[in-house]
Ligand binder design. Sequence first.
Ligand SMILES: [Zn+2]
Ligand SMILES: [Zn+2]
Length: 266
Amino acid sequence: MTAFICVTCGTQFTEGADPPARCPICEDERQWVRWDGQAWTTPAELAASHRLEMRDDAGVLGCGISPCFAIGQRALLAETPHGNVLWDCTSMVSDEAVAEIDRRGGLSAIAISHPHFYAAMVDWSRAFGGVPIHIHEAERQWVMRPDPAVRFWNGERLALNASLTLVRCGGHFEGGQVLHWKRPGGNALLAGDIVQVTPTRRWVSFMYSYPNHIPLNARKVRGIEAALAGLDFDDIYGGWWDNNVIGDGRRVFERSVARYLAAITD
Ligand SMILES: [Zn+2]
Ligand SMILES: [Zn+2]
């Protein structure tokens, strides 16, 4: 029995003797299926051809697969005095990563922005004794490997500890969430691609589908703005390596909402 992984989106599926017939996440209009058809890999194949790179990303420990695999995101370790949380996820875990996270105080939970980054979340949870994986209730249908560790939450905000709060923003996905982090050196927003940091790293943007270039409508962008009302943050960490707004994050967010709304208004 193998927990197969979709090579296009990096999602790991429930164990089976054969690969699943299809990947619903890639068949959704926000993703895509390869021209030559659906393809799969296994944890063993991935471990033989790739490694999990761990390094500092603007002051936060990041984990990402090298060479780039599937969507190419990197996860972050939000280290707090009340416990560490893995933000977003990758399609492989390594002994080296587990040892490094244990050295930093272990892991108390996992939280993931949206289904494109669920990856090997169950393998990650099991590597740390089955820590909870916090996902918004609205994304229940996109969990391809159900597990007792997956905890669905309802509502608009969920405090994970005194420093970390999940905020349901919606947008790209109905249950799309970001993680607000109160830090002594300046608060941060770990945003995945719910709030997408652009290449200039001084603006953010929003999309319903990134690969298929389907914009988010004004009502949904205003919904993200409303979800983040009253939260201060200096830095915005995007979903990929070095894809971060460092400093002045709140103002960058506000002016980017205004720019986006102007761009889609007739
Ligand atoms: Zn897929
Ligand atoms: Zn996405």
